[in-house]
Design a protein around this ligand. Structure first.
Ligand SMILES: NC(=O)c1ccc[n+]([C@@H]2O[C@H](COP(=O)([O-])OP(=O)(O)OC[C@H]3O[C@@H](n4cnc5c(N)ncnc54)[C@H](O)[C@@H]3O)[C@@H](O)[C@H]2O)c1
Length: 405
């Protein structure tokens, strides 16, 4: 930690894995006044070269070397899912605070080991569930807590997009390595629902499926979640690039390159044109840090969309006295007698919220809302999506914790 001119502590941050996930977070790290992004590790020299030339930071050719550095306080781990356990333990045992990408890891035993390592080393372990910190989601949670619309009763969240046919790595298409829609996208959707509904999922009934043998991972899930407090939710996701739920969301979406008029099944067509796994890998590489295919989310701060973005798909939240849905500028509340718009144009998005959680935890010792226990509870729901589908029955959960407000 270093001290800025105005006496505020500044956290020195290093990144392991300069891929697509990191590319989306880097602009938010760079604009944070109390974060100094100063190092990165990757096994791909080209990524390290891009980091050095664009951001002038230190580079390390192994995760271990970065973890052993005395120059960083916090390590953001954005390597593929199967490496999360190894890299998190490495960072924590070297006395580094951790912000880890979702899902925090692939098994409950590994999650437990990470939590124990954080405690033993007195380090903060946080999970990058950035969408749960979006201003719209925090505002809905506030409505739940202040009771202005009565009791929360039901959430319905349906997201249809092209996830499966966007350029993917081999691991993203390998179930055992945490590939496919439930592993890669489920944590976001589940985390948003848990955040709003109070956190503690009682049971899950779900089905996942592989519909395209050329992309042999689960490309969808349909699920019904019951919470301990009686709230119920449906969470549905299809990445099969047929219907796109942007048509239902009035442009509330994480994407930023939506052509007007929309082009049907664009990702499938681009993949067919690419024609080979090598060409697909090359397309994916360009979405990593420094690549030409970075989305606006991964571009410099001044190129970001004015309206903060959120995971797509219609989300309708039902209370005793009203339904709430997302709009491009905030929320629309459909009450008993009238409709009311809530404008939320702070310019902040979920990434800013996640980074604030890390900062407050490390500098002020405040318990983060996205700590290891929280991440483990979301992981348990992801595992239940698969188990429920395989066993065709309702799964009861035992590692859930309440929303940390
Ligand atoms: N929060 C989000 O919205 C979001 C978005 C995308 C990805 N992610 C998450 O980020 C993680 C990475 O996904 P991605 O799409 O960026 O993957 P990616 O394949 O684009 O990037 C992974 C990067 O890690 C590097 N790497 C691989 N093995 C390594 C090792 N052993 N040591 C050091 N570096 C290594 C690769 O060279 C690559 O640069 C996943 O956990 C994913 O779920 C999160």
């Amino acid at each position: 930690m270093t001290i800025a001119d105005n006496n505020s502590p500044v956290l020195n941050l290093g990144i392991i894995g300069l891929g697509g996930g990191a590319s989306q977070m880097i602009p938010a790290f760079l604009k944070h006044p109390h974060i100094n992004l100063m190092a990165a590790a990757d096994i791909d020299q080209e990524q390290l070269d891009r980091f050095r030339s664009e951001l002038h930071g230190d580079t390390y050719s192994s995760a271990e070397a970065l973890c052993q550095s005395n120059n960083v306080d916090v390590i953001y781990i954005a390597t593929p899912n199967q490496f999360h356990i190894e890299h998190a333990l490495m960072a924590l045992e070297n006395k580094k605070h951790v912000l880890i990408e979702k899902p925090m890891t692939l098994t409950l035993d590994d999650a437990d080991e990470m939590i124990r390592a954080a405690r033993r080393n007195e380090m903060q372990l946080t999970v990058n569930v950035k969408h749960s910190f979006e201003p719209r989601i925090r505002k809905i949670r506030e409505m739940v807590l202040n009771g202005e619309l009565g009791r929360l009763r039901m959430l319905n969240y349906w997201y249809f997009n092209d996830w499966l046919y966007s350029p993917r790595t081999k691991e993203e298409l390998t179930p055992e390595l945490g590939g496919g829609v439930p592993w890669r996208q489920g944590p976001h959707q589940i985390d948003i629902l848990r955040t709003i509904a109070g956190g503690q999922v009682r049971s899950v009934r779900a089905m996942t499926g592989v519909w395209d043998e050329n992309r042999p991972v689960a490309g969808h899930y349909s699920s019904f979640l019951e919470f301990e407090n009686g709230v119920v939710a449906t969470a549905v996701y299809s990445g099969y690039d047929h219907f796109n739920s942007r048509e239902f969301t009035y442009r509330v979406d994480e994407g930023d390159d939506w052509p007007d008029p929309p082009v049907h099944a664009r990702a499938r067509a681009a993949l067919r044109q690419a024609g080979s796994a090598e060409a697909e890998t090359a397309m994916k590489r360009e979405r990593r840090f420094g690549g030409s295919g970075r989305t606006a989310q991964g571009a410099a701060p001044d190129q970001r969309r004015p309206t903060p973005w959120i995971l797509g798909g219609p989300l309708v939240v039902s209370f005793d006295k009203g339904d709430v849905r997302l709009t491009p500028d905030g929320l629309l509340v459909y009450g008993d007698e009238s409709k009311q718009e809530v404008s939320l144009t702070s310019g902040r998005d979920g990434r800013d919220g996640v980074i604030d959680q890390v900062y407050d935890a490390v500098v002020h010792g405040k318990r983060p809302a996205n700590d290891g226990e929280w991440g483990m509870a979301t992981l348990e729901v992801v595992l239940a999506l698969f188990q429920s589908g395989q066993e065709r029955k309702e799964i009861y959960l035992s590692h859930q914790i309440a929303t940390i407000d």
